[in-house]
Design a protein around this ligand. Sequence first.
Ligand code: PLP
Length: 446
Amino acid sequence: MTHPLKTTDDILTKDAHLIQSFANLDALKQNDARTAIVGAEGIHVTDSEGNKLIDGIGGLWCVNVGHGRREIIDAITEQLNTLDYYSTFYNFTHPAAAALADKLASLAPGNLNRVYFGNSGSVANDSAIRMLHHYNNRLGRPNKKKILSRMGAYHGSTHLAMAMTTPGYSEEWDTAADGLVHHLMEPCAYHQAEPGMSDAEFLDVLVEDMEKAIHDIGAENIACFIAEPIMGAGGVLVAPDGYHKRMREITAANDIKYIADEVVTAFGRLGAMFASEDVFGMQPDIINTAKGLTSGYQPLSATIISDEIYDVISEPGAMFLHGMTYSGHPAAAAAGLANIEILEREDIPGQVQVTGKIFENALRGLGDLDIVGDVRGSHFMMGLEFIKDKSTKTAFDADDNVGGKVAKHAQDRGLIARALGNSLILSPTLILDADNIASIEAILRD
Ligand code: PLP
């Protein structure tokens, strides 16, 4: 072992040199603000004090098949014993990347048959944009570059992915792509619909917003629309029924590519391998995914593009000037293959259609609590929004941090949940049974 840190004190002393992500670094200078996770098995993780906690956030929306799956660990080890590293640069390929690309092409909808591997969801999203910009250059339309994204979106932390993310994330942090991205309205009715508005009426508002943006910017200047099927890190924000299909029709009519950011929603979380087609009934031009692709056992992302886009960027004379050293790393690709084998053999997406609904209904039941203003999401992707006064719909102040307080109490009772301002997010492993779900509900109700 190269990291023989045994006690909490040992770990937290060294941890002073580690920069945590999305953290209040000043607050973390207090040892008791940090939790060291030292082990994991099934639906649980163990902290350095020996507490066994239900992993209610599946690592970070990613440990879909649960922790400690021997098959995935063995596949990684076997791969490293055979071929530790080789790239997919130039004319090189290797069996694990080839097999996984083939598998993803067979699982992805319609003509989404070409796979570019990266090592994170952010890179998957950046890669899609670079490819589409190149595609438009090849087609002789160098101005068709702008990106339609949405308020509330989260697309990652690289400079470009953060520019597509909702502006709220980068208030004190610059974005590198000023003027490139236009953010459409957040599509969540609880926040945006006028009182008394029906879902259909709210959808009309969102459609109008999209059509106005296309009119103002000009379709000839817009490369793509990027959307999470359900917004995750923005607070589990669900668009009204029919939204994605409608947006798909509008983008297709205007020759704007539709990028589905399925970094969270793929590989079973919503009861399907990919949510775009099976849950939302539409086929995008590009699907980006990561997280559940390996259930987090190795870092890997995939940008899955249509044959139509591929044909243009691979025509004679075109060069693919894009790549990361670890694109399609053998160990990550082996993890992806073993993970998908488990998802298919155990029919985890099929199970989620049942257990995910039990989970969703259990959380919806918490809507009877005075402090719960809204319960949103679907299957194993759920959010609770806390409210100061339900009758007047008066929100807590941003610095009330009710999500943080509830998450702390939940952790004290054996459940890790994720705080997001005055909301709480649950995105557990997909292998919870009805008893596990009842325990989570009881902790949250308490
Ligand atoms: N897209 C979505 C929808 C995400 O939720 C995330 C991460 O949470 C990302 C992209 C970025 O992925 P990564 O953190 O692997 O770069």
